[in-house]
Design a protein. Structure first.
Length: 199
């Protein structure tokens, strides 16, 4: 299951993501799939609302792969962290990761995960998951140690709930898998809607 040179059968399912976490989650839906990586510009547009941003990126990833494999079903997904209406994407370096974690310390934030599914006929379906997540107060020494491990450098908001950062989450209301990167309730609903899994 990899990249752009993979042979894709007509009518099959493709995951437009390089994320191993999304791959593991989609595998739980029980539908065979291929991975084809989509490279898209993840910069936030001027005055773009967080929900619009995450849906746009999910669509862009799916559209880029569907353009190359128009006879397949293609899933694109994106996840972002939102605190005080500000989008926290992937940190560019350790200093930015540290700053993001300090912003999240001791407060509640939202994690938005969007899923877009393109059908072979070109129609697209979408779902948006919004989860409330609250961190306890993060000691500076812990933040420094966590950033040094590199665990959060490739993740929105500079943390992964499935790794050591999960030890500091005091409350979660919504989709755990959405915070990981692919909300399974919404994803499985889309797969059922297009007939890839039984109702």
């Amino acid at each position: 299951m990899e990249d752009t040179h993979t042979t894709v059968a007509e009518g099959s399912l493709i995951l437009a993501s390089a994320s191993p976490r999304r791959r593991e989650l989609l595998d739980r839906c029980g539908v065979p799939f291929t991975v084809v990586v989509a490279a898209v510009d993840e910069r936030v547009a001027s005055n773009e609302a967080p929900a619009d941003y995450v849906l746009r990126l999910a669509h862009a990833k799916a559209a880029a792969v569907h353009h190359r494999h128009p006879d397949s079903f293609v899933i694109g997904a994106d996840t972002t962290v939102v605190v005080a209406d500000r989008i926290l994407g992937k940190p560019s370096d350790a200093d930015q990761a540290r700053d993001m974690l300090k912003q999240l310390s001791g407060r509640c934030h939202e994690v938005m995960s969007a899923v877009a599914l393109f059908k072979p006929d070109g129609r697209r379906l979408e779902r948006l998951s919004i989860t409330q997540v609250e961190f306890g107060l993060l000691p500076e020494a812990w933040i420094d140690g966590y950033v040094a491990t590199g665990q959060g450098l490739d993740k929105a908001g500079a943390y992964g709930i499935q790794n050591d950062a999960g030890l500091w989450i005091s409350r979660l209301s919504g989709s755990y898998t959405g915070v990981v990167g692919l909300p399974l309730f919404e994803t499985s609903a889309l797969l059922r809607e297009v007939g890839l899994t039984p109702v």
